[in-house]
Design a protein around this ligand. Structure first.
Ligand SMILES: Nc1ncnc2c1ncn2[C@@H]1O[C@H](COP(=O)(O)OP(=O)(O)O)[C@@H](O)[C@H]1O
Ligand SMILES: CC(C)(COP(=O)(O)O)[C@@H](O)C(=O)NCCC(=O)O
Ligand SMILES: [K+]
Length: 249
């Protein structure tokens, strides 16, 4: 069985593929390396042989996780690395090594699934947009703070914005102008996200008319899926690209 990992800034997304190397049998989201080990060791059922992973964490953090996986499970580990071009897609960064590897894999996966122009929007700690033209040219993208960062910046840098997570959840029942702090902040940040998405759609239309596919991925993709009804919500888009970047040899 194959262990797949997507190590983001806040969470590690994991899943295990069956012996065929294709069918996911289980997966989850964890906050720490030790929580990952616990999830995997709890289940005696996993016979892990290989692992492939992508990380946007520091090399030290990633190295230490890789060492742990080798030590505990005896797996061989394949890590996604930056490349200029893969599967017909050309990395659009001036310095291709600087493009976040999770973005690279998501846009590889998006182009593969769309077989044409695509806009890939990822809602994690950061929110990212990436544009890939029909000929596989990555035109670049945008990065802005995701929902948790926007919310926490306001909580951290003001003195009177304080509320708990359950109140935050309740505030999302509507997008009407807020009548209390929690509503005003949560709905305001939500509108920022939605505005960002709509601007990306306009830009994609300027480039390609209606001839493109929109992909939504990342833990908070559901927050904006309502504003792009035609978008494909693909929570495992990074894993689609990961399989392309780290094929089983
Ligand atoms: N099961 C889950 N565990 C943790 N966060 C989740 C989960 N499902 C959705 N989320 C949301 O996903 C966001 C993190 O998205 P994610 O794509 O994992 O970020 P990153 O890749 O930056 O670590 C959180 O802000 C949270 O709101
Ligand atoms: C933009 C990101 C912080 C997104 O990370 P995430 O929110 O998925 O944890 C990550 O892709 C990254 O560190 N990129 C390097 C900078 C760049 O892509 O230009
Ligand atoms: K991500």
């Amino acid at each position: 069985m194959i262990l797949e990992l997507d190590c983001g800034n806040s969470f590690i997304k994991w899943r295990v593929l069956d012996f065929d190397g294709v069918t996911p049998i289980e997966g989850g989201v964890v906050g720490t390396d030790s929580a990952l080990l616990a999830s995997l060791s709890d289940a005696d059922k996993f016979k892990l042989k290989k692992c492939r992973l992508v990380s946007v964490r520091t090399p030290q953090e990633t190295d230490s996780l890789v060492a742990l996986l080798i030590d505990v499970f005896g797996v061989s580990v394949s890590r996604a690395v930056p490349v200029r071009e893969l599967a017909g897609v050309k990395n659009g960064y001036n310095d291709y090594e600087r493009l976040g590897l999770d973005r690279w894999l998501a846009l590889l996966g998006g182009f593969h699934l769309a077989s044409g122009a695509c806009l890939v929007l990822d809602f994690g700690t950061a929110v990212t947009a990436d544009f890939v033209a029909a000929d596989g040219e990555h035109l670049g993208g945008f990065i802005c703070p995701g929902m948790p960062l926007m919310r926490n910046q306001l909580r951290t840098h003001t003195r009177r914005i304080r509320y708990d997570d359950t109140a935050a959840e309740r505030a999302h029942e509507s997008l009407a102008p807020g009548r209390e702090t929690v509503e005003a902040v949560e709905r305001g940040c939500m509108l920022m996200l939605r505005g960002f998405v709509l601007t990306q759609l306009e830009l994609a239309k300027e480039y390609w008319g209606n001839d493109f596919v929109v992909f939504l991925t990342g833990g908070d993709a559901n927050l904006v899926s309502g504003v792009v009804p035609d978008a494909k919500v693909v929570p495992d888009l990074v894993f689609v690209g990961l399989a392309m970047a780290c094929p089983l040899s």
